[in-house]
Ligand binder design. Sequence first.
Ligand code: FES
Ligand code: FE2
Length: 378
Amino acid sequence: MDTVTQTSPKTGLTAAEQQYPLPPSRWDASVYTDPDRYRSELTAVFHHSWFPVHPSRDLPRARDFLTWDRIGQSIVITRLDDGSVRAWHNVCQHRGARLVNGSGNCGRARFTCPWHGFVYDLEGMVGAVPLRESFDEEALRGLRAPAVQVTEWAGWIWLALSDDVPPLLDHLGAIGTELAGYGLEGFTTRFRTSVRLKVNWKIAVDGFNETWHVPFTHPHTLAGLVMWRDAVLRISSPHSWMTLPIRGYTERAKATDDHRASHLCHYLVFPNTIFSCFPTHLQMWSAWPVSVDETELCAYEVVGPPPAGKTAEQWDRHNRRDWQQFLDVLNEDAEVINDISTVIGSLGFRGSMFNTAESRLTAFHREIARRIGEEEPA
Ligand code: FES
Ligand SMILES: [Fe+2]
């Protein structure tokens, strides 16, 4: 029998389909360059998703606050005296001034607008109003900077800009179950960096969600480690993930059914965040749109407690080496990706074609097309 068409009794899929689940697809170059489409993506995709925006430990104490400025929005995130977090739009309800800058501890538990002095509490409610009697009292009743959905999970503060987004764990689905298995609440963010890329955010996301560029882009850093031919891709709409065997690690891992214990597991939390996980440590990064042709990549090294047999010092050295290697790999990716900016307007580039090994890219672009109400190209 032809081995290619042999199907698994368990899944009914051929071996090729199990590894690479979607057929090839093609996408017009305009998905990366059209400013109107970019604006549609911001509203239809970014305003309706959950994002991990800060490690929880960036807000360790009661009355700590920070401001988050991305995708054309500014959000204040605060920790209340009872330990819970709140988030609200950083804009004064009087005449639209920016209320809060930077981060810190707000000992008095209130923020005063720098323009005419409206006072806001840690939850964004308007309290004192100068010249109160000169306003329409009705307009001031219950006035607040609009709240934003916020929750803490797996060691991160997550935001969703719309109220119609389902609860975080419903949004994450199977990816949430996967990530929950790592016990990330007990991990710490050890290193972080950010890098500007001169391309559309989807080029950045595409670049990190397939592995067969490894022998070409990363011949000296990753090619000897990542067994990229054996990556198994999975679609878990709107997210996706893959398991990657690692030379010298996967063979050594004790026989286990749990891929998390034996493989590098690489998850895309739709639309823009990747968790690349080992059981003991991980890298997480998000591709934030800045404009149609600019992206800011924010990356973190997140580490668990020292594994059995390692001292704190050994573990620290290991984490430093790991982070340096990640930065080297990131630089190699950034070089290729930034060079795309010099040819993105080329008359010779009509669009991208994704093969089956790029099934995660097909799933990602299909999801975006669906959300902005576009037909998938034939
Ligand atoms: S704009 Fe804030 S008080 Fe006037
Ligand atoms: Fe890469």
